[in-house]
Write a protein that binds this ligand. Sequence first.
Ligand SMILES: Cc1cc2nc3c(=O)[nH]c(=O)nc-3n(C[C@H](O)[C@H](O)[C@H](O)COP(=O)(O)OP(=O)(O)OC[C@H]3O[C@@H](n4cnc5c(N)ncnc54)[C@H](O)[C@@H]3O)c2cc1C
Length: 336
Amino acid sequence: MQIYENYSVKEHNTFKMDVCCARFVCVEHPEEVRQLAKQGLFQSEHFILGGGSNVLFTQDYAGTVIHPVFKGMEVMEETDDDVLLRVAAGEEWEHLQQFCLQHQLYGIENLIGIPGLVGSAPVQNIGAYGVEVKDSIARVEGLRTDTLQPFALSNTQCHFGYRDSIFKRELKHKCFITHVIFRLSKREHYTLTYKALNAELDRCGMKPSLQNITDCILRVRNSKLPDISKIGCAGSFFKNPVLTQAEFEQLQQTFPDLVSYPAEEGHVKLSAGQLIEKAGWKGRRNDDAGVYDKQALVLVNYGMATPQEIVSLCQQVIDDVNKLFGVTLAPEVNIL
Ligand SMILES: Cc1cc2nc3c(=O)[nH]c(=O)nc-3n(C[C@H](O)[C@H](O)[C@H](O)COP(=O)(O)OP(=O)(O)OC[C@H]3O[C@@H](n4cnc5c(N)ncnc54)[C@H](O)[C@@H]3O)c2cc1C
């Protein structure tokens, strides 16, 4: 493992916040997680950082940032129907996508273009274009950092929900995910429930295939989301709020054009982006902290924004949406 003292995490977070941590540890092998545990590292202040695409560092971090870089993909089982693939936490999500494309494995193609590492994917149950990663996860393995015991949680035990899982709740800051075991289908099937994806396939005259879906989604994403090599951001800053059907119908009386998506029974998911846009924030900026002009759900650092400026912008957006709709937006991003 590599250990650095007083280390800037600027290149390890997509918001490009130039803050320092007291110690930065690159974990190069899953066995090193156990070693760190034996050294008592998990008893002191620490944060596990993947690709840093879902975090906002707001100040220097006094503890140890632990960054898994160990890689590996192993086929554990294969039938005529599917493949059980064990993937190490430090693999780039993009690399897994390429592997699936190359080997014609179906299930996670709609999640193409999401930055970050495989070990982080179950944490917020990443989702896009009508698909959530939970539908392809068989098991999550790792080490409990509180009890120092290994764990293996089945899909059901992970308590996946919308941008949610046990790793954001009961097990928050209590486990180091070392491997994610995916069940990926060998049978051709697609999720085409998302209007923008169908529209792009139609526009290009393309039939659904892994390659065509990948190309279409990347095109749509690139047209709406900032290029993180140029503009700092952490993707959707807020979760789409979920209301009860009754609350939604009441709100609809004042705002009949509100967009809604199906959610768990008796509930409706609103578009946080639409609420922010209607509150007048789309494309607005306070110096270098802004609301992206092509997608209001994304808060951006145009270059020199400080963490405090992003936090203050976040609060202004929450307040204005609340004043207009009586709905409180919750950040999707982990604010540290
Ligand atoms: C441009 C852009 C587009 C995005 N689009 C989407 C999208 O479409 N859908 C979506 O769901 N998300 C999206 N995101 C958010 C983000 O990419 C995902 O949440 C991604 O899974 C985060 O991965 P990461 O490795 O960067 O995690 P990090 O930001 O490093 O960490 C996220 C959380 O996971 C925890 N964590 C990380 N690794 C481990 C581990 N090994 N064990 C235990 N805990 C761990 C961290 O402590 C932290 O709480 C987007 C972000 C950007 C910048």
